[in-house]
Ligand binder design. Sequence first.
Ligand SMILES: [Zn+2]
Length: 252
Amino acid sequence: MNVSTTTLLAALDKYLDAASISDYCPNGLQVQGRPQIKRLVTGVTASQALIDAAIEQQADAILVHHGYFWKGENPCIVGMKHRRIKSLIQHDINLLAYHLPLDIHPEVGNNALLGKLLGLNVTGPLEANNPRSVGLIGELDTPMTSQEFAQLIEQKLARTPLVIDCEKPIRTVAWCTGGAQGYIEHAIAAGVDAFITGEISEHSTHSALENDLSYFSAGHHATERYGVQALGEWIAERFGIEHQFIDCPNPV
Ligand SMILES: [Zn+2]
């Protein structure tokens, strides 16, 4: 089975409600390739390693969470960006990227899926008055110690989190996948026991300790593996095309 790039894009834009979400990069088709897609590769980031793996798999399209053309970056196609785009164009591979739409989506969003993976029952948005809040708030069925919660994260994400431990039982949790250390302010405002995100800054330690909030930095890559995989499966099921998720390891 195959699907036209145009049909696939229309279905994705609709399912992810991409047009209604303002973002730091263009969502959808970022680099055009062949008009028909039979084999899809998904990955977290459109790195050279992912492109090379997709070429080896003879993929017609790559779908990622982190694509190109970020706001504020040098828009010129030179250096690393040139090598990546040249590889795509030489092999006629489409590059599709969805950033915030793939963080926010209630079914295939990174945040919804991270919550599900960790057994967190969603109780609301992380940003209290934002219906398009990227992060979420939820609770565990049974409270855990911070050590138990760290073990759960390690077991589910195959990555040891960096923990700023306030040594109190964890029942309510705020989370936001990726590099959302700035969102700790929302977690503090919500009064939860713990905050999970992908990255951490020097000042996050003090904010966490001084606000009695345990902080789990679980990896930007590790927390954002799940949305694009689920979306790839959704596409494969809907259009009957081949899908393979390729996890190019990243310790950050
Ligand atoms: Zn990210």
